[in-house]
Structure formats: C-alpha cells, structure tokens
Design a protein. Sequence first.
Length: 121
Amino acid sequence: MSITIMELATFRLKREPTTMADFEEANLPMLGGCQACGATVAAYNSCPTKSGYIACVGCVPEHFGYETVEQANYAVFLYPAAREKLRNLLFAALKDFEPWVDDEDICVVVDKVNFSIKICD
Ligand SMILES: [Zn+2]
C-alpha cells in the first residue's frame, strides 16, 4: 500500500493539512494530475511515486509508490537537498584546482544502488 500526498504532508507538518497554505508549507501539491491516466487528483487520493511524478491510487501500484512516509520524505526532500549540498561542496573543492570551472558545468549523480558518486562536467 503506497502512502498518499496527504499522509506525507501530515508527516512533514506534524499536523493534518487543511488549507492550500498548509500544503505550500509542506512543499506538496493539494491538487494535481495522475501521470498515468491524467485524472485530476487531490492530496488524499494521490501518491508520490519513485519516478518523481504523482499517480492516483488506482494507477500507483504499477508506478512505484512509497511504502512509508519516512521513505518518501527522504527521497522527495532530504535526498535532493543532500545531493545539492554535495554538489556545492564538490564545486568549491574543484574551484581551487580548476578556477575556470563553471557552477553550471557540474552535476552530481549519486548511484544509490552501488553507492557511487559520479561527477560529470
Ligand atoms: Zn491514474
């Protein structure tokens, strides 16, 4: 059973969201569209998926939702923030050796399966 946007928002806010402002605070959409069938969905009947899109509860089984709010929070919010921090650290370190390196030239790809980090420029 995949967790819904509502459950993730409740976890992030530590209270049940009721208004649009609550969802904005949680950084999650109150309304959206299913990536698979295109249905208009609300927070209670849609799920974050591992593809990065939202799926309705009917489509989510084939689109890899998250089993726990902790997993979803990590993947959707904490992991991208950690990757950005890592990218900034790498950029600062590289800049000492290659002053011509541009911030836009660096991307960091973290392979969570093999635990390797690839820097592409
Ligand atoms: Zn759907």
